[in-house]
Design a protein around this ligand. Structure first.
Ligand code: F6P
Length: 419
């Protein structure tokens, strides 16, 4: 009898249970046996847990957040022993097919296994709240829309709180090296500003520059009679920091794959302290409070968009395997299965999947910027406006321009909304 196994790896994302449920039900319908591998690839290592999945367990789990199989960041390719051990388990359990649910690291682990276990068919269902996998067009990764939905509600509530208590909130949103989640939340909620790592285009940025960007927004709002607000900072901006500045956070922890554990860096706190100190030095008392957005989104119950998307992914993944398919990312195009061979999304040298980043030239980004209250070149060209902003912080117009004009010097012409 055909045996299919399911494993989830990496950080959680809303909808993982829906994929597990859909794969299980579709495979059982074909008369296959279904195994759940618990705790990511750790489940294939000695002491790991692998158990059959049955209809009753999964019938309604698409409504649930969390992951019934749990997850981990166990990296199979880190040591040849791990890989060999995992391959041995796959052989012993007579697993013919493997559905992986995760990001690039999990997909890479699956390819390594398939390279080691002859005949093992694999298909990968791409999840991440970061939305940073290169799916064609604007196809989101599952989990992103639920995460954005909840993050937007949080930022909405913060905007109300900021207004009621006359302060600023700096929300640091997860997303690794891409700014999709931060921008998606900020744009939907109407936050005053959002800063994404893509803005720095690979250059190393000083903490002081990030603080100046936020400070300039706060001053612009003060001059417009709004001394409060919410700014969303993508956590990936921390990875773009100048190494000396990054070192000021102390020993930066890394996970099994070598990724900086951005969630453990007190980026928002550091920003708030700087901003309060900068304003104090200009004679202005202002309160900035930081908040992290991310962990509480990852195991949330999926919204219907992700439920349906994940059920389609899971059922198409099984169909793909049933027709002999392997080594692909399951993807949908207008609701139809459109699997993408691993070879098409991987860099042939590094073997890693390309990361999809925010396109700063897109109409979506331009619209987002238009609604933000970031300092713009046009603001600095307006003497009356500069006068009002400078007065708020006790500077002369010249001193104001001297201090902040570097922030907008590189802005492209098409960000001039009034043109
Ligand atoms: O990749 C998903 C993600 O949630 C990122 O947004 C975040 O940086 C990371 O995982 C956090 O991972 P961990 O669970 O290891 O702290």
């Amino acid at each position: 009898m055909t045996r299919i196994a399911i494993v989830a790896g990496g950080g959680p994302a809303p909808g993982i249970n829906a994929v597990i449920g859909a794969v299980t039900l579709s495979a059982l319908d074909k008369g296959w046996e279904v195994l759940g591998i618990y705790d990511g690839y750790a489940g294939l290592l000695p002491g790991g847990r692998i158990e059959p999945l049955v209809r009753e367990q999964v019938r309604t789990i698409h409504f649930q957040g969390g992951i019934i199989l749990n997850t981990s960041r166990t990296n199979l390719s880190r040591s040849p022993e791990n890989l060999e051990q995992a391959a041995k388990t796959v052989r012993e359990q007579n697993i013919d097919m493997l559905v992986t649910i995760g990001g690039d690291d999990t997909a890479f682990g699956a390819s390594e296994l398939a390279r080691t276990v002859e005949g093992l068919q694999i298909v990968h269902c791409p999840k991440t709240i970061d939305n940073d996998l290169p799916l064609p067009g604007d196809t989101p990764t599952f989990g992103y829309n639920t995460a954005r939905h909840i993050g937007t509600k949080q930022v909405h509530a913060l905007i109300e709180d900021a207004s009621a208590t006359n302060r600023w909130y700096i929300a640091v949103a997860m997303g690794r090296t891409a700014g999709h989640l931060a921008l998606g939340i900020a744009n939907a909620a109407g936050a005053a500003a959002c800063i994404v790592p893509e803005e720095f285009d690979g250059r190393k940025v000083k903490l002081s520059e990030v603080a100046d960007l936020l400070e300039a927004t706060a001053i612009k709002e003060m001059a417009a009679g709004k001394p409060f607000g919410v700014a969303v900072l993508a956590e990936g901006v921390a990875e773009a920091l100048d190494p000396d500045d990054l070192a000021s956070f102390g020993d930066v922890p890394r996970d099994d794959f070598g990724h900086v554990r951005l969630g453990e860096i007190d980026f928002g706190r550091m920003m708030c302290q700087r901003l309060e100190a900068n304003f104090k030095a200009m004679g202005v008392k202002k309160r900035f409070v930081d908040l992290k957005i991310g962990y509480e989104l990852r195991c949330a119950a999926p919204i219907p968009f992700d439920m349906e998307y994940c059920r389609m992914l899971g059922s198409n993944a099984v169909q793909f395997l049933a027709t002999g398919g392997s080594h692909a990312i399951m993807n949908l195009a207008n609701g139809e299965p459109a699997p993408i061979p691993f070879s098409e999304v991987r860099d042939p040298v590094s073997g890693r999947t390309a990361v999809r980043r925010v396109d700063l030239d897109s109409g979506a980004y331009r619209t987002a910027r238009r609604f933000m209250r970031r300092l713009e070149r046009a603001d600095l060209a307006d003497d009356a406006k500069v006068g009002r902003m400078a007065t708020e912080v006790g500077l002369s117009a010249d001193a104001f321009r001297e201090r902040y004009s570097y922030l907008v010097a590189g802005d492209p012409e098409h960000w001039d909304w009034r043109a």
